[in-house]
Design a binder for this molecule. Structure first.
Ligand code: 1CP
Length: 356
């Protein structure tokens, strides 16, 4: 049964994702809901991270916090990529000052037996409820983005047990146990496909896949262990829910830009290390681009941020462009500097400014 939602009043991000020229460049920020916002910290002072994620009213409230503050062109559902490993049977704790920790990560291929094939409708139902409530509460102001982690990035966390500098345990699996690695990646992909389709059915209007650790792989390893699974997700979404645009953000994967532009996604997200003009040339108009201001630029004075935004907009040029940072907000960023970023994207990209 299809859920009825209020009509959308601002669809610029959806049209830009399809490559169109829009009245202004749409903008959102990765991690726009989070620790740099005092209202987020206030709520987190009394509620555990995963309690917030699992309580639709709280997840909706936090998703809307940056929307209430800033003229953003999209909301992203407050959740985490690690809810999928949780649903597959691994415990994940959020430790203050350290981030996510798996007390019992996958240490050896024998441990794959510990994973369960989840009933995603049941195990991740709280995400769908949060999406539906958020979409209704947004009341058509801006589109709602759903997301998941990419198979390789999730595998890396499941083996590493948390964040890591080198991710050498998970990378060594690829080379020591290639067959088991493929089984794990396929098992994760199967879950993700059901998961993102159900996100669309619950209210997500664009899906972003985060391959945060793609940059750790060699081009050859990426082509064998990351790309085929990213393609499976895009292909399944295109077949099942073609109306919803798809974005892939493979951080650090410079070498893969051409193949990512042919992987079935509408938008490719860029980190700040890539040159916008060269990226445009390399993707040959096959996809829209998203990004890519260095998050550390937000520590600069407002006028420097404005100049950087102007330059980035000029380098990306018109149409098929979604402004964002090259990675997420940092907890010590000043929210007013995020405002300068967002407002100057709008100011400098209004039609009458484009010719200046
Ligand atoms: O203490 C806290 O309040 C937790 C901080 C936090 C937040 C705000 C975590 C823990 N996750 C989130 C929310 C989150 N995570 C969102 C919300 C929506 C938004 O963008 O506003 C999203 C999209 C994510 C996705 C996510 N989680 C990624 C992919 C994006 C990226 O940054 O590369 C990754 C890698 C994670 C894992 C994770 N969850 C949290 C942390 C601190 C981390 C990184 C751990 C590490 O590797 O060091």
């Amino acid at each position: 049964m299809q859920i009825e939602f209020p009509p959308l009043q601002n669809d610029t991000i959806l049209r830009a994702a399809r490559g169109e020229v829009t009245s202004h460049v749409p903008v959102w920020i990765m991690r726009q809901a989070g620790r740099y916002l005092p209202e987020y910290r206030a709520l987190r002072a009394t509620e555990e991270f995963f309690t917030v994620v699992r309580t639709p009213e709280l997840a909706t409230e936090i998703t809307l916090q940056p929307i209430e503050r800033f003229p953003l062109d999209a909301a992203i559902i407050f959740s985490d990529i690690l809810v999928v490993p949780q649903a597959m049977g691994l415990e994940v704790q959020m430790i203050k000052g350290r981030g996510p920790v798996f007390p019992e990560p996958l240490a050896h291929p024998d441990d794959l037996k510990r994973l369960v094939e989840p009933d995603v409708k049941k195990e991740l139902g709280y995400v769908y409820d949060a999406l539906t409530l958020t979409r209704k509460t947004l009341n058509g102001r801006v589109p709602l983005i759903g997301f998941c982690g990419a198979p390789w990035t999730l595998m890396a966390y499941m083996i590493e047990g948390g964040g890591s500098k080198t991710f050498s345990k998970s990378k060594s699996w690829l080379f020591k146990y290639p067959k088991d690695s493929h089984s794990l990646l396929q098992a994760i992909t199967d879950v993700l496909i059901d998961y993102v389709i159900a996100q669309v059915d619950s209210g997500a209007q664009l899906i972003q896949v985060f391959d945060s650790w793609a940059g750790l792989l060699s081009p050859r390893a990426f082509n064998e262990f990351a790309l085929p699974y990213l393609k499976q997700i895009a292909t399944a979404l295109e077949r099942e829910r073609p109306e919803v645009p798809k974005t892939v953000f493979a951080k650090g994967a410079h070498y893969a830009l051409e193949s990512l532009s042919e992987a079935g996604y509408n938008v490719v997200g860029l980190d700040w290390t890539m040159d916008p003009r060269q990226a445009r040339e390399r993707v040959q108009g096959k996809v829209a681009l998203q990004g890519n201001m260095d998050p550390c630029m937000l520590y600069a004075p407002p006028e420097a941020i404005r100049q950087e935004v102007k330059s980035i907009l000029q380098q990306f040029g018109e149409g098929g462009y979604i402004a964002n940072l090259g990675h997420g907000m940092h907890p010590d960023h000043d929210p007013e500097h995020a405002r300068v970023f967002i407002e100057s994207v709008h100011e400098f990209s209004q039609k009458e400014h484009m010719s200046l």
